[in-house]
Design a protein around this ligand. Structure first.
Ligand code: 5GP
Length: 187
């Protein structure tokens, strides 16, 4: 069966680290490259990190019904999954791995139903999340404050996911995630 695995988490939960480890471990996993209308940051490459579109192009693709799911994650900045991306990965017989925000994760689970396993990566606490974001030293204090406030709202939606993995000790969180995935793949 065609399958997808969806990861969502508040910013700073360690989701991206976990997803990168899993992509190395499971050769049949392929990361779904989202489209976005935000500008590339740092070393980001078009067609690798995202498909970078202008806002006009993005809106045109919405009108063409080119997206499985899309969202204005930030005001004036769209993110979404192109139908062509899903076809590209399933066409190779691979399992699609999504790394999307919490609203996108809930939407994708609704769209893919039984084909999907949705996993919410939970920080051990809001205090620990804040500590990690400060330690990462990539964001300004007001950005961190916004992310922490958003995290509280996102955590409320965790029960809408098939599984919740608490990321306290990274190795343990990865092991717990692998258990869930192994069962899902075997189904
Ligand atoms: P960033 O700009 O930091 O790369 O991503 C901002 C947010 O957009 C993150 O929470 C990321 O998970 C989310 N995001 C990335 N791709 C998609 C997508 O295809 N759909 C949705 N709904 N959110 C996405």
């Amino acid at each position: 069966m065609e399958k997808v695995i969806i990861f969502s988490a508040p910013s700073g939960s360690g989701k991206t680290t976990i997803v990168h480890q899993l992509l190395k471990k499971y050769p049949q996993f392929e990361f779904s490259i989202s489209a976005t209308s935000r500008a590339p940051r740092g070393q980001e490459v078009d067609g690798v990190d995202y498909y970078f579109l202008t806002e006009e192009e993005f809106l045109r693709r919405i009108a063409e019904d080119a997206f499985v799911e899309y969202e204005a994650v930030y005001a004036g900045t769209h993110y979404g999954t192109l139908r062509s991306e899903v076809e590209r990965i399933w066409g190779k017989g691979n399992i699609i791995v999504f790394d999307v925000d919490v609203v996108g994760g809930v939407n994708l689970k609704r769209i893919f139903g039984e084909k999907a396993c949705s996993i919410f990566i939970m920080p051990p606490s809001i205090e620990e999340l804040e500590r990690r974001l400060v330690g990462r030293a990539t964001d300004a204090p007001e950005v961190i404050a916004k992310r922490v406030a958003k995290a509280s709202q996102e955590i409320e939606r965790a029960p809408e996911f098939d599984h919740i993995v608490v990321n306290d000790v990274l190795e343990e969180a990865i092991a717990a995630t692998c258990n869930i995935i192994d069962k899902f793949i075997a189904e």
